[in-house]
Design a protein around this ligand. Structure first.
Ligand code: HAM
Length: 425
């Protein structure tokens, strides 16, 4: 038997009803904040990710699904392609490719779609997973660099999580400074690591040389005491970065969005500058980050684009759903009416009635004339119907139907013309 590949999974009803409810809600929230949807391809040139997410990150160095794509015609060239491990790089590529900077306004773009990382699968961690994300990007003249953007994004996230019904989330906030701050911080990290790095894991030993910031991502328990004692990024921010971060915090305080500062949170992607953040939830176990994001002021330039500061986030939709389920959110599939034809030749009458009701906005399921009454009732229960509508010879002739409320057992006769309204109540 062929099974779904390790780290991938099928999403089935009734869970998909919860997924759809979440997605409709977030689309509604995005619209209220004037975001519009962007859809980028699920695979891209591998270089897009090595040049943005970063060569030394776990994502690029270990987790990407890449392959050599052979040329199929003389006009094509062979190239290395990758399934997207995240969507920010694709959005910024599209921003540059379509000259969206020329519009002069802020681009507020959102996406919902699958991402791919070859991680070790566990609860909340899959090789194909879904992200709901958004990016605000534009020329500095449009206000893209302002701390007001950071605060607006974080306030929207607080509202969005509240409105999808997630309780007890926590916002962790940090600033990783600008490129110059990070150069100074990396130097300080290198110096601090030098006497101790030989006690650390092989990855840390390599990274201490190539990209010391990534040492902070290390998950090895034995390395943690050393990491705790390393210098903190906050001490290396220059004055403009300090002020930017202070302004973000002041606005969050003003609107009443609670947060805590976590100076170790440097995020596992290289493009971040200044504000970085994660929202966590207690119901998720080890993979507690429901979402992550931050500012990426130099990303467009590093992909040969114009100056286009930006900030964004991605929610792990799989994790958001798990967190909602951990709170007892149980999706139940329901349909308003089950139409039960009773006796030979009544299928087409039942279909006609179902058509009328469905066109009038009632959700309806259809039985079969071969079902006896008992089987029709069982089928209605299994379908999750609220009402069963019996369609027999007499009912069709009289133009009124026996309607039974399956929860209360109450049964009434309803004229055809009033049926849709009755069922919608
Ligand atoms: P990220 O932190 O790598 O950031 O991923 C964002 C979220 O995606 C995580 O917090 C987590 O909920 C979810 N996620 C990541 N990997 C997996 C996995 N293997 N299985 C299930 N869920 C996962 C980014 O991807 C950035 N592009 C976010 C961003 C947008 N920054 C700025 N704009």
């Amino acid at each position: 038997m062929i099974k779904a590949v390790r780290g991938t999974r099928d999403l089935l009803p009734p869970d998909t009803d919860l997924w759809n409810r979440v997605e409709s809600k977030v689309r509604e929230v995005f619209a209220r904040y004037n975001y519009h949807e962007i859809r980028t391809p699920v695979f891209e040139d591998t270089q897009l990710f090595s040049r943005s997410v970063g060569e030394e990150t776990d994502i690029v160095s270990k987790e990407m699904f890449t392959w050599e794509d052979k040329a199929r015609a003389q006009s094509e060239k062979a190239q290395s392609l990758a399934l997207r491990p995240e969507n920010t790089a694709g959005v910024v590529r599209a921003y540059i490719e379509h000259g969206l900077d020329k519009k002069g306004a802020l681009q507020k773009l959102y996406y919902i779609g699958p991402q791919f990382r070859r991680e070790r699968p566990q609860k909340g961690r899959y090789r194909q997973f879904y992200q709901i994300g958004a990016e605000i990007i534009g020329p500095p003249s449009a206000g893209s660099e302002s701390p007001a953007r950071d605060a607006e994004v974080l306030e929207m996230l607080a509202t969005l999580l509240d409105e999808v019904g997630l309780r007890d989330w926590q916002l962790q906030l940090n600033s990783v400074g600008c490129a110059e701050d990070r150069a100074r911080y990396n130097k300080a990290l290198r110096e601090a690591l030098q006497p101790v790095v030989h006690q650390m894991c092989a990855d840390c030993q390599r990274r201490a040389e190539t990209n010391p910031l990534r040492v902070l991502d290390c998950k090895h328990p034995e390395d943690q005491p050393i990491i705790e004692n390393l210098p903190k990024i906050g001490e290396y921010l220059d004055e403009p970065c300090r002020e930017h971060f202070a302004a973000v915090r002041a606005m969050l305080d003003a609107v009443g969005v609670a947060y805590s500062i976590n100076q170790r949170m440097v995020r596992g992607l290289d493009y971040y500058t200044r504000t970085t953040f994660e929202f966590t939830h207690g119901g998720l176990g080890a993979q507690s980050a429901v979402l992550g994001g931050g500012r990426y002021d130099g990303l467009s330039e590093s992909l040969d684009g114009p100056k286009a500061p930006g900030i964004g986030f991605a929610i792990g939709e799989d994790r958001l759903i798990l967190a909602l389920q951990s709170q007892g959110e149980q999706p139940v599939a329901t349909v308003q009416a089950f139409i039960a034809p009773l006796g030979a030749g009544l299928n087409s009458h039942a279909l006609k009635l179902a058509r009328e009701l469905r066109r009038a906005g009632v959700s309806a399921d259809l039985g079969d004339e071969n079902f006896r009454l008992k089987k029709s009732f069982e089928a209605a229960e299994k379908a999750g119907a609220q009402f069963i509508v019996i369609v027999g010879e007499n009912e069709v002739a009289a133009g009124q139907f026996a309607v039974k409320n399956l929860a209360s057992g109450e049964q009434v006769q309803v004229p055809r013309a009033q049926l849709a309204e009755y069922l919608r109540k």
